[in-house]
Design a protein around this ligand. Structure first.
Ligand SMILES: [Zn+2]
Length: 171
């Protein structure tokens, strides 16, 4: 694992989706909020730009090449995070948390999010039971995921911010 220098660290806040099934290992259970992109639980997640098929009627199918280095400016790939923690509690199987991000970082100031090349989850907000189809399983799973990552469980957005800023200073 490449340890980034501290000045290159960006703090971000985002929401993941936890896969509750006990038949799926914790290392495969932390996903992006939408879609099926899995996050690593053994270290930083590295952005990858998926090749896209452009279907233009009357022309041959075009597979557009992926970014040379994800994320590029004109693309939508990368690991997304916002600059501020969400004040709203996330219902399971969604879980809010924070990341330290580095590498290539594309900032979208006006929309207040960024896309990063590498990101490591550092803390999750303890979910409230309720919502989702298997809330107990989802909660047990996020505790396992946090344990694998060495990430903290915090009680709310303010504690999330304080904990993450403290962690970032230690890098
Ligand atoms: Zn891309």
């Amino acid at each position: 694992m490449l340890i980034p220098d501290r000045t290159g660290i960006v703090i971000g806040y985002r929401t993941w989706r936890v896969i509750p099934s006990r038949w799926i290992s914790p290392s495969e259970s932390l996903h992006a909020q939408t879609g099926h992109k899995g996050w690593s639980t053994t270290g930083p997640t590295v952005a990858a730009c998926p090749p896209r098929v452009q279907a233009d009627p009357g022309k041959p199918l075009l597979v557009r090449s992926a970014c040379g280095t994800s994320p590029e400016f004109g693309c939508s790939c990368g690991l997304y995070a916002g600059y501020e923690p969400s004040a709203e509690a996330q219902p399971l199987p969604y879980v809010a948390g924070s990341v330290l991000a580095w590498g290539r970082v594309v900032h979208h100031e006006r929309r207040s999010f960024f896309r990063a090349e590498k990101a490591l989850p550092v803390a999750f907000v303890r979910p409230r039971i309720g919502g989702g189809m298997f809330p107990e399983e989802a909660e047990a799973k996020i505790l396992r995921v946090a344990e694998e990552l060495g990430a903290a469980m915090v009680e709310g957005p303010e504690e999330l911010r304080e904990y993450t800023e403290r962690e970032a200073m230690g890098w």
